[in-house]
Design a protein around this ligand. Structure first.
Ligand code: 13P
Length: 280
């Protein structure tokens, strides 16, 4: 029987090197039971002195073989982290859409791959806001990363005003449709991160998360047919050990993108453990 990759596509579309990474482990038997992915986004945190913490996270994650775990680090720390934790997926937080050229301060997908990264975040709201990144730009970044064999976590999410106005689902679905790469989605995951939940301790209700993830699943199915059912949809925004199990019990929540609570193994590993626990 043909084996499928972690993101649900035949390995003919996944290069051999990538297929051996834990990012690309096979799926469980039931098509809807996607392996959970718990990714840490370190944002602008992390020095050489934190490499031991990364080692601790990588070592503790090995206990949870049923969950994919990754850390998205500042670009300058990637290569050192890759050397420190061989085989553990290390990612970036952004990528430039161009292959090379006069883009002062930017890093290309090929450079990330060359440094040993196996994935990258694109379209995080902190970049959409501070760097004014548009949906077409986010799509171009995702396409550039996928074409260099990087996994992609594409972020979408609404502001507090949009949610208060009752337009959250419609706004986030439009954002997703306009940001989705047009091809090669084998290594794509989506992260729904309500802007008002990031770093605030506020979290949507399970009903609100479920409604949004179901709507996003619908968008993905419309865009990619059956392949859309195999793309993981992560939740992000104030995920902690104390709320992770409840969030993971919601339908179509296939993992988490974790900010503050990913900086220390003591905070992060219980979230990985919650993702590994069977839903009761
Ligand atoms: P927090 O988990 O700190 O709320 O951050 C979420 C986030 O932005 C991850 O990308």
């Amino acid at each position: 029987m043909e084996e499928t990759g972690a993101l649900g596509v035949s390995p003919v579309r996944i290069k051999a090197a990538a297929a051996s990474a834990s990012w690309a482990k096979p799926l469980g038997p039931a098509p809807m039971e996607l392996r959970k992915l718990v990714a840490g986004n370190w944002k602008m945190h992390g020095l050489a002195s934190d490499i031991d913490e990364i080692r601790g996270i990588a070592a503790a994650s090995r206990q949870y073989a049923g969950v994919d775990v990754a850390l998205c680090l500042p670009a300058i720390l990637i290569e050192r982290a890759v050397r420190a934790v061989p085989g553990f997926p290390i990612g970036a937080q952004d990528v430039h859409q161009a292959e090379f050229g006069a883009h002062t301060g930017s890093v290309s997908a090929r450079m990330l791959h060359d440094a040993g990264a196996s994935l990258t975040i694109v379209g995080h709201s902190e970049r959409r806001e501070a760097q004014r990144e548009s949906d077409p730009q986010v799509r171009a970044k995702a396409e550039a990363a996928l074409s260099c064999d990087l996994g992609v976590i594409l972020c979408v999410g609404e502001s507090e005003e949009v949610r208060a106005a009752g337009r959250a689902v419609q706004t986030v679905c439009s954002q997703l449709e306009a940001s989705l790469p047009g091809h090669d989605v084998a290594r794509l995951a989506i992260a729904y991160e309500p802007i008002w939940a990031i770093g605030t301790g506020k979290v949507p209700t399970p009903g609100e998360i479920g409604e949004m993830h179901a709507a996003l699943r619908g968008c993905l199915r419309r865009a990619f047919g059956d392949g859309g059912a195999r793309i993981r949809i992560l939740y992000g925004g104030s995920v902690k050990a104390s709320n992770a199990a409840e969030i993971f019990s919601v339908g179509d929540v296939d993992g988490a993108l974790v900010g503050g609570a990913s900086l220390k193994a003591a905070d992060f590993i219980p979230i990985v453990a919650a993702a590994a626990a069977p839903v009761t």
